[in-house]
Design a protein around this ligand. Structure first.
Ligand code: PEP
Ligand code: MN
Length: 262
């Protein structure tokens, strides 16, 4: 599935979609699967505006154990339905090795959340599953640590790994995390793997998602993973950072224009 493209970068082909090595791709969808209607209506819009992959969490790593934890298996079923209807490949998070088979059945790309970046047994199981993976940088992880996390998956003979910069902890409080733009060229110098940026969790605020996305695209990111919701004010989690689905097409055209400059 891997071809070496320009500059020694890999273009991965996952579920018929390409990413990396000069091919920019967008992964978009809600923070979490809340209901069938919310998920399917978002997926239809994403399909219409030309997104390549659909995201949505069925298992959510929440700071508080009292917050909504995701629909679990029921959420996976809704994602499978979204894929069957729109044809969009699915990106969804796996948090627990006990769910690897259930998630692998639905996911075209298994997401490793920032909080699980150094969960080595989880990384090894994802490597063995053979399903492509998107590994998010830990909240306080160095780029070297991110690369070593990816190696746990690659080592099992699974070559389809995407690296994701999603913002790191700094003393700044104006944004939820600080997006490390330099991570993009640094990672691309050190690895052939595609580098994806998550502007949503870095920003924590909808109005910053477009400028961060454009900066990422212009700096050479191979793709973005971004949150969107039909009615962000009613979202069960991360409402303030989710782009209104009806505005996603306009947003995406501007990001793609910035990617074309890179
Ligand atoms: C997410 O993408 O849904 C998420 C929880 O992100 P992170 O692991 O980067 O916080
Ligand atoms: Mn979220």
């Amino acid at each position: 599935s891997r071809q070496i493209a320009h500059g020694g970068e890999s273009t991965l082909e996952i579920a018929g979609r390409r990413i990396g090595g000069g091919v920019f791709a967008t992964i978009a969808g809600p923070c979490t699967v809340e209901s069938r209607e919310q998920t399917l209506s978002t997926a239809r819009i994403m399909q219409d505006v030309g997104v390549q992959f659909f995201r949505g969490g069925a298992y959510k790593p929440r700071t508080s154990p009292y917050s909504f934890q995701g629909l679990g298996r029921d959420g996976l079923k809704i994602l499978a339905e979204a894929k069957a209807e729109t044809g969009l490949p699915i990106v969804t998070e796996l948090m627990d090795v006990r769910d690897v088979e259930a998630v692998a059945e639905v996911a075209d790309i298994i997401q490793v959340g920032a909080r699980n970046m150094q969960n080595y047994p989880l990384l090894t199981e994802i490597g063995r599953s053979g399903v492509a993976a998107l590994v998010k940088r830990g909240l306080s992880a160095t780029l070297e640590e991110l690369l070593m996390a990816a190696e746990y998956i690659l080592k099992e003979g699974n070559p389809n790994v995407l690296l994701c910069e999603r913002g790191i902890r700094t003393y700044e409080t104006a944004t939820r995390f600080t997006l490390d733009i330099a991570a993009i060229p640094v990672l691309k110098e050190q690895t052939h793997l595609p580098v994806v940026v998550d502007p949503s969790h870095a920003a924590g605020r909808r109005d910053l998602v477009l400028p961060l996305s454009m900066a990422a695209a212009a700096a050479g990111a191979d793709g973005i993973i971004v949150e969107t919701h039909p009615e962000p004010e009613k979202a069960v989690c991360d409402g303030p950072q989710q782009i209104r689905a009806s505005e996603f097409g306009d947003y995406l055209r501007q990001v793609e224009a910035a990617a074309a400059l890179a």
